[in-house]
Design a protein around this ligand. Structure first.
Ligand code: MLT
Length: 341
């Protein structure tokens, strides 16, 4: 019934279809590696920061700067964008939807609950379905790392990663860079401190990759359960500290992260200890540079990783980040559909 773009063997598709809905990580990875070797993603796909050329990053940031969500150019009129969300989302989903509609595109939202995914349809078959009904691009969020990459290798339309498990969240890193550059002249030499649950954070992974590429110096801070020593291997030059005072001294940019309770899988983090050692408070913020900015990708758990005083304080750019999600995602979608000149 479904056809991939280069005559895939239906036997393989069936095998994958039966694996994916219930696969363990090993089976998933094996399928991922196998299919990665088969096809290149369609031009305009945005799968991760790791493999995105620096020139492309700069081009996207420039394009985003030129996007005015109040006076949007109708670049994507009559184009159809499917938003395929297997995980909860507020900011990412709404800003992709608003960005697409601002550019004149039609969107359709498919969530795992209430769709054929609930009946066991595989990731790939869902992709073929969306392609068959006329989607010109798919924005996908999935709990498994690599899911957007897998889908991209089966479809001839661009696939945009809106967060894949603990792997990457490229559009968040782009909008964070966009936000930083609204407040700081350059990324080169900036001291960026990321505090919190780095281990489970796709946002941290994408940000470390993007910001370090352009010369930012990154310090990670948190307890070993959330910032294991191996995190230091993520990008060259990255430093780790367990002491928030050390992390904050001299910081230009402070990124706070939520403790991802849903991914803790048995790890015990005691809120009282975490608050005592790592909560971002107004007195602690004074250790950073006077013009330091405070960021958070959301969702924020006020009173845990950060106090309301900091969230709503004058150094917080958290609302800006959310707002900047729209022009950044307009740029990503325009590029995806060949309008990113
Ligand atoms: C994400 O989707 O990764 C979020 O923006 C961060 C979080 O869930 O804490």
């Amino acid at each position: 019934m479904f056809h991939g773009r280069r005559g895939k063997s239906s036997r393989l598709r069936l095998a994958l279809g039966s694996i994916l809905p219930s696969a363990g990580l090993a089976a998933y990875d094996a399928a991922f590696v196998f299919f990665c070797a088969m096809n290149q993603p369609a031009r305009g796909s945005l799968l991760d920061i790791e493999h995105l050329d620096s020139k492309e990053i700069l081009r996207l940031l420039k394009l985003a700067r030129g996007m005015n969500p109040r006076k949007p150019p109708p670049l994507l009129r009559h184009r159809r964008i499917a938003l395929l969300f297997y995980e909860a989302s507020t900011r990412t989903r709404s800003s992709f939807e608003i960005a697409a509609k601002a550019l004149g595109a039609v969107t359709t939202l498919v969530q795992s609950s209430g769709s054929s995914i609930e009946k066991g349809e595989s990731l790939i078959d869902t992709g073929y379905t969306l392609r068959a009904v006329g989607a010109d691009a798919i924005v996908i969020r999935h709990p498994a790392a690599g899911a957007p990459h897998l889908m991209a290798r089966h479809l001839d339309i661009p696939v945009i990663n809106a967060g894949d498990g603990m792997h990457e969240h490229p559009s968040q890193a782009l909008l964070d860079a966009f936000t930083i550059l609204r407040h700081k002249k350059t990324l080169e030499g900036l001291q960026v401190t990321i505090i919190g649950d780095i281990y489970h954070s796709r946002v941290a992974r994408s940000n470390c990759r993007l910001l370090s590429r352009f010369g930012a110096k990154i310090m990670l801070c948190g307890p070993p359960e959330l910032v294991p020593q191996v995190s230091a291997t993520l990008v060259p030059g990255l430093r780790i500290t367990r002491h928030i005072d050390e992390a904050l001294r001299g910081a230009d940019v402070i990124m706070l992260l939520r403790v991802q309770q849903e991914r803790l899988a048995g790890k015990k983090i005691h809120a009282r200890d975490y608050i005592a050692r790592y909560q971002m408070t107004a007195p602690r913020l004074k250790l950073a540079k006077r013009d330091a900015i405070v960021m958070h990708p959301g969702p924020i758990v006020r009173g845990l990783e950060v106090t309301s005083e900091v969230v709503d304080g004058s150094q917080s750019v958290i609302v800006d980040e959310v707002r900047n999600g729209v022009p950044t995602r307009m740029a990503i979608l325009a590029r995806a559909l060949g309008k990113g000149k």
